[in-house]
Design a protein around this ligand. Structure first.
Ligand code: NI
Length: 177
C-alpha cells in the first residue's frame, strides 16, 4: 500500500488543466491503485490525479457505502461529458484538498459520461444524484476547478479566513517538500 500526498487548497497544481493519458500502462495502473489507497485512507469517495500533483485526466469514485449507488469502485480515464441535464440540484460537498469545509453546491442533476477504465476498456455511465455530482466534482479537478469556486460572494467571504489558513498550510508543505 502506498499513500500519495494530497495537495491542499492554495497549491497551484490544483488550478492547472490535466493532460489526456496517452497510454494506459503499468505506471498508470499502479498510480490508480495508489489513488484508491490514498482516497480510502482519507475516507473520501472521489479523488482526481491532480489532487496528488499528477496532471493527467484520471479520477476515481467509490460510492459503494451509499445505498442505491454503484457498488463497485470506478476508474475514469480521459472522461468526456456527453450530456448534462438542464435540471439542477443542490447538495453539500467536500473535497480532500479542502479539508474542514463542506458547502452546498448547485450542479446538473444528471450527467452522461464516457471514459476509459484502467484496463483501457470503454465505460459509459448515465448518472444522477450523488453519482452525477461526484463525476462533475471530479471532472472539475481535471480542469483546475474547485467546488468553492461556485460559492456566492457572501459564502466566500465567510470562508475567507479558513481558506487563507489552508493556503498557508499548503505553502508550508510545498516549501518542506
Ligand atoms: Ni475534490
Amino acid at each position: 500500500m502506498s499513500l500519495l500526498k494530497i495537495k491542499i487548497y492554495g497549491d497551484s497544481v490544483l488550478r492547472q488543466k490535466a493532460d489526456e493519458v496517452e497510454t494506459i500502462d503499468d505506471y498508470i495502473r499502479a498510480f490508480v491503485r495508489n489513488m484508491f489507497d490514498t482516497m480510502y485512507a482519507a475516507d473520501g469517495v472521489g479523488f482526481a490525479a491532480p489532487q496528488a500533483g499528477f496532471l493527467k485526466q484520471i479520477f476515481i469514485i467509490d460510492l459503494s457505502d451509499v445505498e442505491g449507488e454503484p457498488e463497485e469502485p470506478m476508474v475514469f480515464i480521459n472522461p468526456k461529458i456527453l450530456w448534462k441535464s438542464e435540471k439542477t440540484s443542490i447538495a453539500e460537498e467536500g473535497c480532500l484538498s479542502i479539508p474542514g469545509i463542506r458547502e452546498d453546491v448547485k450542479r446538473p442533476e444528471e450527467v452522461e459520461v464516457e471514459a476509459l477504465n484502467e484496463k483501457g476498456g470503454k465505460v459509459h455511465y448515465k448518472a444522477k444524484g450523488l453519482f452525477a455530482r461526484a463525476i462533475l466534482h471530479e471532472i472539475d479537478h481535471l480542469e483546475g476547478v474547485l467546488f468553492v469556486d461556485y460559492l456566492g460572494s457572501v459564502k466566500k467571504m465567510m470562508l475567507k479566513d479558513r481558506l487563507e489558513e489552508l493556503e498557508r498550510q499548503s505553502k508550508t508543505e510545498q516549501e518542506a517538500a
